[in-house]
Design a protein around this ligand. Sequence first.
Ligand SMILES: Nc1ncnc2c1ncn2[C@@H]1O[C@H](COP(=O)(O)OP(=O)(O)O)[C@@H](O)[C@H]1O
Ligand SMILES: [Mg+2]
Length: 335
Amino acid sequence: MHDTPLLVVENLNKHFLLHKALKQENAVYVKAVNNVSFSVKEGETLGIVGESGCGKSTLGRTLIKLLEPTSGTVFFEGKNISTYGKHELRILRERMQYIFQDPYSSMNPKMTIRDIVSEPLENFRKDMSSSEREERVAELLQLVGLSREAMTRYPHEFSGGQRQRIVIARGIALNPRLLICDESVSALDVSVQAQIINLLQELKQKLSLTYLFISHDLRVVKFISDRIMVLYLGEVMEIAPSSALFENPRHPYTQSLIGSISKGDPRSRAERHILEGEIPNPMNAPKGCPFSSRCPVVMERCHSEKPQLQSVGNDHVAACLRLTQTISQRTGDTV
Ligand SMILES: Nc1ncnc2c1ncn2[C@@H]1O[C@H](COP(=O)(O)OP(=O)(O)O)[C@@H](O)[C@H]1O
Ligand SMILES: [Mg+2]
């Protein structure tokens, strides 16, 4: 891993307009991504977790401009890509790839695996001859652990894990720097999840990739991530190295998420009910801390004051008013 950041995100917002109104202040927005800032080093895997509906996919899509951000800045390889036009975005598409949530719906069932994997080559490597493309597809399939014979077959002939491999082969076809994997293993059995995670780790080494690994399942994110960012209602609650996040989680939301892993198998419950209570409707988010309506240690001021991210350790930040309180109390003690 290098110290140079590959991706730097500053105050990114993506608000969906739900209802227009005559007066701007009466318009209804879903604030899916709210003032999100973080960076990812070259060669690093940043896990992004949070319950379903917390804005993980919207964040991923906005980062690579599949969605237009409402505001904020994104730097990739040192360049401000927020201002990129069509031509520059095309180049960007080669450098950053998004692996969609559901491999089945992101593959055309009528296309052969050869056509699916070679699609980016046909769009972006027009100078390649068809035999060169054929060779490249075979090489990509081999990289993801599939045989050349897979080429002439169709998506339905493969298992969920194999389909995920095919989607990964397509995702790495253009030699990207950054892969955004969105719930890439969530639909798979635990043993198959482990195989795909191993494959991703292996490819990361071989191809010097950097990952944003999105999942609602903290257990999955734990094994692959160097650092983890916890989102709640579109806002960053905590960012920490993977080990620090599990050993010393500082935000009550992170603590609840970790606590819920040990309480039986969360997969048997609906994603939304990992914790007590419902996630508030993002159209009607709490005014102060977004987690205040479910927080087990909520204080009066949490309903009106918005906590800011603050340093709580080495490379570790969290946004909770209790942390501010502890620090100011401590300062008070020494005065
Ligand atoms: N195109 C859209 N229009 C309006 N609201 C949307 C749209 N896409 C996502 N949302 C809303 O944004 C919030 C975050 O969604 P999403 O990013 O899919 O969350 P996650 O991936 O964490 O499950 C949700 O409340 C969702 O309903
Ligand atoms: Mg999602």
